[in-house]
Structure formats: structure tokens, C-alpha cells
Design a protein around this ligand. Structure first.
Ligand code: HEM
Length: 369
């Protein structure tokens, strides 16, 4: 690379060089130019994809640090604020990623057709960094949709496939968070059996709802029976929380991903999120929900854009196109468990009071003293 700087500032750092702009700005090579039939919009297509890859790099940088902190046997409380900040940054980047699709949509389907065929078989399906993010977050390989019976790595170079195999084997954010939640000391409060008090409160809440349904004059007999059945199903769902065998059954069916201890700890943090010591862990859970929502929203939006851009055609990467993408958006979720937590929340007024000794431990020293 030739260094360019004003001669008066020999040896000083120069903006152009610092950012490697020789390499960056010469990395846009439209295929249609090479083919001798330049298509105006191909530059936009390349720039938008490259901007995505740069942001993917930044997301991986943030996730790597979070996973490194969470991989320790004990996560230092001092680090928790930083972890939440990193995850909030990922959420901010995701918002930007979503907006970029709007810029790409200024290209019409006909403009895209000017250069689309020259791209085959390349596709975003081969985005190695996107797959690394999925694996770093904790998307199970077994959960992935297969294309023509082949794994997602089948369309990648041997080097990239090996990189992804390593990332599948490495600790993910989901497994680290699971271990961290499972270690929560507050799951068992000495002699106080929180969960039986909680189960009692749930029973009382559901009994109250059943009584209301029985008394409601506006309901028909069939409507009443339907609502009472729905309440029985809710009671049954609550029961799975404490039944290890049934919980594992849900996991084997892919309906739960977190371990039972981790799920209960996440529930406890959500129920008592007002307690000072739980506030930061609760914000961490919220950031994970937002990251999952951010990627799911991007996937849905990308599927919609693809429908608009190529209709019912197959993709350049060989999938069914928008139908595959919409199915992946539904299935390729990592923190879906956390979205289910509200099913098991109780109103603050119905929450079992924590014993004084426990409540003290959850307050800051100045308040607890
Ligand atoms: C005209 C715009 C676009 C079209 C028509 C398009 C089309 C497609 C199609 C059809 C697929 C499915 C795989 C295949 O058969 O090729 C796909 C996958 C993918 N695309 Fe795009 N895409 C566009 C823009 C983008 C952009 C800007 C990105 C940003 C990086 C992107 C990233 C991805 C990723 C990551 C996948 C894999 C998704 C998964 O397997 O879950 N695409 N795209």
C-alpha cells in the first residue's frame, strides 16, 4: 500500500492509511463490469453486503468478550455492567442492520435481474460471519433446517467449514448463560422453600380465575367449559416447571433449551427483578431477549424483501427462497425460552414475600444495614 500524507507531516498518522481505505475502497468489483455490461445497482448491492459484514465483525467482537467473561467459573459481579453494555451495543447495531434493508429496497426487482444470474451460486447463505454469530449465540446444529439433506457448511470452502465446526464446539453464549443461571445461589434459600410458596400462589391465582369464569353470567356453557379447560392447561404448564422428567421431555422435543435450573433461575430473576441485586442480571436477560428479537425481526424482514425482490424463484444459493427464509426465521431462535417466561409470572401483589434474611442479601449494604 502506498502511504499518502501531506509532506509537512512525514511520519504522522494519516486518516486514509489508518482506515486502510486503499484496500477497503478497491474491494467493490461488480461482476457486471467484468462481464462488460455494467449494471448501475450492483455497486449498491455490494456496498450494503460489505457494510453488513463489517457490522457482523463488530458483533462477533462484542460476543467474544461476553462469552470470555461468562466462561469463567465465577462471573465477577464487577463485569456484569460491561457485559450488559456490550449486549446493548449488539442490539443498537441490529437496529441499524434492519434499516439497511430499506436502502437496498430502493433497487427494483428488474434492476436486480440485470446482474442476479451472474451471482450464482454465491449467496448470503454462505455468509461465514453470520453463521459464526449464530453459533456464538448458541443455535444448535441439530435445530438448523437442512437444504437438500445437506448441512449448512456443505456450500462452504473446507477452511470455512472447519472454522464453523470449531465454533460449534466452542462455548456459546447460551451454554455460558445456562451455567451462570444454574449456579444462582438464590435458587435454594436455606430452609425457605421458595418454590412451594410460589406453587401455592399460582394455585390460589388459578382458583381465583376459575371462580371468576364460573360466575360470569355473560358466558355460554360451552364458552365456560372452554375457558375452564384452558385454565387446566395453564395449571399443567406450571406443573412442568417442577417436574424434572416432564421438563426434560420438553427439552428433548426442542420446546425448551435452557436446563431446568437455569429456567427456574431466570424466572426467579424476573419475578423479583425489583430487588437491587437482581436488577443487572434482569437487564442481561432483557438484552438477550432483544438480541433474539432483533435477529428474528431481521430474518422476517429479509424474507419479505426477498419475496418482493425475486417473487417465488429459488435463491442463488439453491434454497426455495423466501419460503426457506421464513421457516428459518421461525426455527433458528436461540433464547425462545426467555420469551416464554411471562407465562409463569405472577402479579407483584401475589408474589410470596421473601424472608428477611434473603431480602437483606439482595439489597445494597447501605440499605440492608
Ligand atoms: C436483493 C437482495 C437480496 C436477495 C434477493 C437475497 C436473497 C436471499 C436468498 C434467496 C437466500 C436463501 C439462500 C439462497 O437460496 O440463496 C438468502 C439468504 C441469506 N441472505 Fe440474502 N438476499 C438479499 C440481500 C441480503 C443482504 C443485504 C444480506 C446481508 C448480509 C443478506 C444475508 C443473507 C443471509 C445471512 C442469508 C442466510 C440466511 C439463513 O440461512 O438463515 N441477504 N438471501
Amino acid at each position: 500500500m502506498t502511504e499518502r500524507r501531506p509532506s509537512a507531516e512525514a511520519g504522522a498518522l494519516y486518516y486514509w492509511d489508518y482506515l486502510g481505505l486503499d484496500a477497503l475502497l478497491s474491494a467493490q468489483q461488480p461482476r457486471s463490469d467484468l462481464d462488460g455490461e455494467p449494471a448501475h445497482d450492483e455497486l449498491l448491492f455490494i456496498v450494503v453486503h460489505q457494510a453488513y459484514e463489517l457490522w457482523f465483525k463488530q458483533i462477533l467482537h462484542e460476543l467474544d468478550e461476553v462469552v470470555a467473561i461468562f466462561s469463567a467459573d465465577v462471573v465477577p459481579a464487577k463485569e456484569m455492567g460491561r457485559v450488559v453494555d456490550r449486549l446493548r451495543r449488539v442490539v443498537a447495531i441490529q437496529r441499524l442492520l434492519l434499516e439497511q434493508l430499506t436502502v437496498l429496497e430502493t433497487m427494483t426487482p428488474l434492476d436486480f435481474l440485470d446482474f442476479r444470474d451472474a451471482l450464482v451460486p454465491a449467496s448470503g447463505f454462505q455468509s461465514v460471519q453470520f453463521r459464526l454469530i449464530e453459533n456464538r449465540l448458541g443455535l444448535d446444529a441439530a435445530r438448523r433446517l437442512q437444504i437438500h439433506g445437506a448441512p449448512y457448511t456443505a456450500v462452504l470452502s473446507a477452511e470455512h467449514a472447519a472454522l464453523l465446526a470449531d465454533s460449534e464446539a466452542a462455548p456459546s453464549l447460551r451454554t455460558c448463560v445456562d451455567r451462570w443461571l444454574s449456579r444462582t445461589p438464590y435458587l435454594r434459600f436455606g430452609t425457605f422453600d421458595f418454590w412451594s410458596s410460589y406453587a401455592g400462589s399460582v394455585e390460589a391465582m388459578l382458583d381465583g380465575e376459575r371462580a371468576t369464569v364460573r360466575q360470569l353470567a355473560s358466558l355460554t356453557d360451552a364458552g365456560r367449559a372452554e375457558q375452564l379447560e384452558a385454565l387446566d392447561r395453564t395449571a399443567d404448564e406450571f406443573a412442568t416447571l417442577f417436574d424434572a422428567e416432564r421438563y426434560e421431555e420438553l427439552r428433548s422435543r426442542g420446546q425448551r433449551h435452557l436446563s431446568q435450573d437455569a429456567f427456574l433461575a431466570a424466572l426467579l430473576l424476573s419475578l423479583y427483578r425489583d430487588e437491587p441485586l437482581f436488577q443487572l442480571p434482569f437487564r442481561l436477560l432483557t438484552a438477550l431477549v432483544e438480541i433474539d428479537e432483533g435477529f428474528t425481526t431481521w430474518r422476517q424482514r429479509h424474507a419479505l424483501m426477498v419475496h418482493r425482490m425475486i417473487g417465488g424463484r429459488t435463491g442463488t444459493g439453491g434454497t426455495s427462497g423466501h419460503a426457506y427464509l421464513a421457516a428459518a426465521a421461525r426455527r433458528h431462535r436461540v433464547f425462545g425460552d426467555l420469551f416464554d417466561l411471562p407465562t409463569f409470572l405472577l402479579p407483584r401483589s401475589a408474589l410470596p414475600a421473601l424472608p428477611d434474611a434473603v431480602a437483606h442479601q439482595l439489597r445494597f449494604a447501605s440499605e440492608a444495614g
